[in-house]
Design a protein around this ligand. Structure first.
Ligand SMILES: Nc1ncnc2c1ncn2[C@@H]1O[C@H](COP(=O)(O)OP(=O)(O)OP(=O)(O)O)[C@@H](O)[C@H]1O
Length: 280
């Protein structure tokens, strides 16, 4: 566990045997998951595996068809989802502020949980100071006055993380945060995500991706999803093996970890020294 958290750290998310059916089709089945304070989970799986659907349950955006989902100790179905959502930092890369807000204004909309500024709502001076602190934390200090349409994809992503942190959530959900980023943007994002662990040791996070290269080194736990079912879930080093990742993506994959980062290659059959080359 990072930062010396005991395994009994309070659960932030608790999913028990959840299923989601849409249009009569099972999208998720038999999903059980407990995420505790200080844990950093990754949800990995091929296109269509059900990652975003699971994230929508964790973010109190949708209800399970069967089973139970508890978010921050509240069971979905028994609480007002809108109110619960305001305590979860949800980073959606498709977020659109609606008008050309500055970085600072976008971050402040995290307090009203709206895309655009709320008419007549004014932040307190303390809230503006906090927004600027988060903007600095995400490496955007010099861009606080830049307007949304002028931001690079990477700057937008980091602005949205600062926005999500504004209401001091206990849970941060990140849906494919590195989509569309170039190498520098991706590396800056990963660096900032890892730095959050030191600043917010109690914060739990769940990050969705298809790409193992995008996992921050501080990822503590992983769930592999395949066809809407968990294939494996637990501590990252136990779950992320070449064998399990190959099963998850239905392709022979060789997984390596260097300096805390994972990378994958399609594995090729090795040539026999005394025989014909493979594939002949
Ligand atoms: N509202 C819906 N109605 C019907 N089918 C849906 C609905 N939402 C999702 N699906 C289907 O459920 C499956 C899982 O979708 P989901 O978006 O959760 O997968 P994903 O792992 O996030 O995929 P990707 O990596 O491509 O984003 C897909 O086959 C998708 O078409």
């Amino acid at each position: 566990m990072p930062h010396g958290f005991p395994v009994t750290a309070p659960p932030v998310l608790c999913v028990t045997d959840a299923a989601v059916v849409r249009d009569g089709r099972p999208i998720l089945s038999e999903v059980s998951l407990t995420v505790r304070a200080g844990e950093h989970w990754a949800l990995l799986g091929a296109n269509g595996a059900g990652k975003s659907t699971l994230l929508s349950l964790l973010g109190a955006v949708a209800h399970p068809t069967r089973g139970t989902v508890e978010v921050l100790g509240h069971r979905l179905g028994r609480v007002d989802l809108r109110e619960l959502r305001s305590y979860v930092g949800h980073v959606n890369p498709r977020h659109d502020p609606g008008s050309p807000l500055t970085v600072r204004d976008v971050v402040l909309t995290g307090l009203t949980n709206t895309n655009d500024r709320v008419p007549r709502w004014q932040p307190t001076p303390e809230q503006v100071v906090e927004a600027d602190r988060l903007i600095g934390l995400l490496g955007l200090g010099e861009r606080h006055g830049a307007r949304w349409p002028t931001l690079s994809q990477g700057e937008r992503g980091r602005t949205l993380i600062a926005r999500a942190l504004m209401p001091r959530p206990r849970l941060l959900l990140l849906d494919e945060p590195a989509t569309g980023l170039d190498v520098a943007g991706r590396e800056q994002l990963i660096e900032r995500l890892d730095a959050l662990q030191d600043t917010y040791p109690q914060l739990a996070s769940v990050l969705v991706t298809h790409h193992l290269e995008e996992l921050p080194p501080g990822t503590t736990h992983v769930m592999l999803l395949r066809d809407g079912r968990p294939l494996a879930a637990g501590p990252a080093d136990e779950v992320l093996t070449s064998d399990q990742v190959s099963k998850c993506f239905d392709h022979p994959i060789r997984l390596t970890r260097t300096d805390g980062r994972w990378s994958v290659r399609a594995s090729r059959p090795t040539a026999r020294p005394d025989g014909p080359p493979p594939g002949r």
